[in-house]
Design a protein around this ligand. Structure first.
Ligand code: SAM
Ligand code: SF4
Ligand code: SF4
Length: 385
């Protein structure tokens, strides 16, 4: 993607400390049909994750530890959040630049009032080739039993539910608000009944906390049509006190599963897919379609930055190019400053074209980051998982 005009920096009135200046070309960004805008490493822009709230009804210690996210924590005021209209305005330009998939996340996205209205509006967007978007949502499942049907009716296709174990005591301890596992399981059932599928269940594995739940979780979801995925505990944000000792590498997750199940490695569906997929094998050593598959997401031990095609839009409209970034680009200021659709597209395109983020590939060579460091990484609850 090239622009013949030199970049200019649009004046913004509300540049938050830490936000990066936005290079803008006065020419609109155009792309050839079928091609997405690419970054400096040749990675196309395909996947947009939108955080619709920075609030959550859980306090998972690996994400929003209670000691930090306590009653005095200052969440964003309503006026700071992008409105649904603003989100759709931005999303439309992302789609014009190559995005085919949108994931709504947070915080807990089901806490955002009238989320169905946003889903319905995003559902009207079409790619330049005329395709509808692949639209999904990641939730902790607490409100899913109540909302599954309305989400489906609004046009949501599928959901990913986070669930870190079936042992009620461990689950209550991990969500740290004493929330029972039975309610999340009811939410998953309601999502299945509403046709929100295929459902994925994400389990963050913390060695010494819930790793004994790997086999029970696999037994529970095998043969249900639900795809269980084991996620390595990541050093995202700056508040969870992460240490490598608590990471159980995916290779060990697979080894534990293989003590009971026969697994076959599967091909990735699409470039940029985060999970390595494994099929359960039948007695003949062939993939067992009824038993289904599992996935492992090895964000720590096997970096997948090489084809990372994900952009993240924070709750207040900052564009982040990596989960581990410390600064974003303030698209909200452009929106509220009256930028045209063409200027917005040009800004997003230029930002993506300059992207060289690949934190997980570099992790091992970087110095450890003190939690109180200035310019520390943003929290996952703010930019969305
Ligand atoms: N509240 C929703 C939920 O929990 O599904 C959506 C937002 S949450 C930030 C998105 C995903 O990030 C969840 O699957 C969660 O388990 C995962 N996550 C949060 N912190 C993590 C960490 N430190 N390491 C790995 N995954 C993490
Ligand atoms: Fe909330 Fe999801 Fe973070 Fe847990 S992982 S605290 S449910 S945002
Ligand atoms: Fe993408 Fe950043 Fe994760 Fe690498 S570390 S896969 S660039 S989000």
């Amino acid at each position: 993607m090239s622009n013949s005009h030199p970049p200019r920096v649009i004046p913004v009135h509300d540049l938050r400390p830490g936000a990066l200046p936005i290079p803008l070309s006065s020419a609109g960004i155009r792309r050839a049909p079928g091609l997405a805008t690419s970054d400096t490493l040749g990675r196309p822009l395909r996947d947009l994750r939108i955080s619709v709230t920075d609030r959550c009804n859980f306090r998972c210690s690996y994400c929003m530890p209670k000691e930090v996210f306590d009653k005095d924590y200052q969440y964003l005021p309503q006026s700071a959040l992008l409105s649904f209209e603003e989100i759709v305005q931005v999303a439309r330009e992302f789609v014009g630049l190559g995005v085919q998939k949108i994931r709504l996340t947070g915080g807990e996205p089901l806490l955002r009032k009238n989320l169905e209205l946003l889903i319905a509006q995003l559902g009207t967007l079409r790619t330049p080739e005329g395709q509808a978007l692949d639209m999904t949502l990641t939730t902790n499942g607490a409100l899913l039993a109540r909302k599954a049907q309305a989400l489906r009716d609004a046009g949501l296709q599928r959901v990913t539910v986070s669930l870190d174990g079936l042992d009620d005591r461990i689950f209550r301890q991990m969500n740290d608000v004493d929330f029972p596992v039975s309610e999340v399981l009811k939410g998953i059932e309601a999502a299945q009944a509403a046709g929100l599928g295929p459902i994925k269940v994400n389990m963050v594995v913390k060695r010494g906390t819930n790793d004994h739940e790997i086999l029970p979780m696999a037994r529970h979801f095998r043969g249900t049509g639900i795809v269980l995925r084991f996620i390595e505990y990541m050093d995202v944000g700056a508040t969870n006190g992460w240490c490598m000792d608590e990471v159980l590498p995916s290779a060990q997750v697979i080894a534990r599963l293989q003590t009971e199940f026969s697994l076959l490695p599967m091909q990735a569906f699409a470039p940029g897919e985060t999970a390595q997929r494994w099929a359960y094998a039948d007695a003949q050593g062939q993939p067992d379609a009824h038993a289904g598959e599992i996935g492992v997401i090895s964000s720590v031990t096997q970096a997948f930055c090489g084809d990372c095609n994900r952009a993240r839009l924070s709750t207040e409209g900052q564009l982040y190019l990596c989960l581990f970034a410390s600064q974003g680009y303030d698209l909200r200021s452009l929106l509220r400053g009256g930028a045209s659709a063409q200027e917005l597209a040009a800004a997003i395109g230029s930002i993506w074209e300059q992207r060289d983020d690949r934190y997980s590939m570099l992790r091992a060579s970087l110095p450890p980051q003190p939690a109180a460091a200035p310019g520390r990484r943003v929290e996952m609850s703010y930019i969305g998982g």
